[in-house]
Design a protein around this ligand. Structure first.
Ligand code: DX5
Ligand code: ZN
Length: 217
C-alpha cells in the first residue's frame, strides 16, 4: 500500500496548523529538519516538532538533514517524532549505528537516507534493523527542485536489497515527486512518497494527494 507524506517545507509556517490539517487525507507528515551545515538551508528544530506533535495525530516522519545527527536523536524522539531518518553521509558509520541504537531505545522507527551521490550498497550494514530507507531524488536542501531521473536506478537497487534482507522495510522517495513522476518511482519499487510543492502548490490539497496515489488506491 502506497503512503503519501506531504512535506511541510512548502507549507505556510505562519499558518502551520491550518496547513497540517489541510493534508489530513495523507498518511504521514514529512518534517524536514535542516541545519545550514549538512545542507545550505536552515528550517526547523526540536521545539517546532514538539508543537506539531500537539496539533496532529498524524505519523511524524522526521527527515534529519543535519551533521552528526546522533547528538539530537533523543531530543527529536522526545519531541514526538514517530520515525527519524539520518543521512549516511552525515557521520562515520559507527556513529550512524549509534544513532540507530538510540532510536531503538527511544521507541522510534529507524531510517537511513541517501543523497543522490550515495550508492544503494551503503545501506547494507544497517538493512536488517531498518524500518525505512529514504532515497533522495533531488539534492537535499530545498523544495521545488526537478526530479533526478537517474535515481530510478538507485531506487531499483535499494528495492532489491530490501526484498532480499528485510522485506518489511519501507522505501521512501523524496524530491520532485508529482503525479507525473509518482508512477515512475512506484514502478521502480518505492512505497512511500514525499511531496512538498506538488501538494502545497495545489489549491485543493486533498485532490493533489489523491492524484499522487494514482490508481494504487
Ligand atoms: C528537500 C526535502 C524535501 C522537500 C521536497 O531537501 O527533503 O522533503 O520538501 O520538496 P518537493 O516535493 O517540492 O521536491
Ligand atoms: Zn525531506
Amino acid at each position: 500500500m502506497i503512503k503519501i507524506a506531504p512535506s511541510i517545507l512548502s507549507a505556510d509556517f505562519v499558518n502551520l496548523e491550518r496547513d497540517i490539517k489541510a493534508v489530513s487525507a495523507a498518511d504521514w507528515l514529512h518534517v524536514d529538519v535542516m541545519d545550514g551545515c549538512f545542507v545550505p538551508n536552515i528550517t526547523i528544530g526540536v521545539p517546532v516538532v514538539k508543537s506539531i506533535r500537539k496539533c496532529t495525530e498524524m505519523f511524524l516522519d522526521v527527515h534529519l538533514m543535519i551533521d552528526k545527527p546522533v547528538r539530537y536523536i533523543e531530543a527529536f524522539a522526545k519531541a514526538g517524532a514517530d520515525l527519524l531518518s539520518v543521512h549516511l553521509e552525515a557521520d562515520h558509520p559507527t556513529r550512524i549505528a549509534e544513532a540507530l541504537k538510540i532510536m531503538g531505545e527511544c521507541g522510534v522507527q529507524k531510517a537511513v537516507a541517501l543523497r543522490p551521490i550515495t550508492s544503494a550498497n551503503a545501506i547494507l550494514p544497517y538493512i536488517e534493523e531498518l524500518d525505512m530507507v529514504l532515497v533522495m531524488t533531488v539534492e537535499p536542501g530545498f523544495g521545488g527542485q526537478a526530479f533526478m531521473e537517474n535515481q530510478l536506478d538507485t531506487i531499483r537497487q535499494v528495492r532489491a536489497i530490501i526484498d532480499k534482507y528485510n522485506p518489511k522495510c519501507r522505501l521512501e522517495v523524496d524530491g520532485g515527486i508529482s503525479p507525473k513522476t509518482a508512477p515512475l518511482v512506484i514502478a521502480a519499487g518505492a512505497d512511500t512518497l514525499v511531496a512538498g510543492s506538488a501538494v502545497y502548490g495545489a489549491a485543493d490539497r486533498a485532490a493533489a494527494i489523491h492524484a499522487l496515489r494514482g490508481n494504487q488506491g
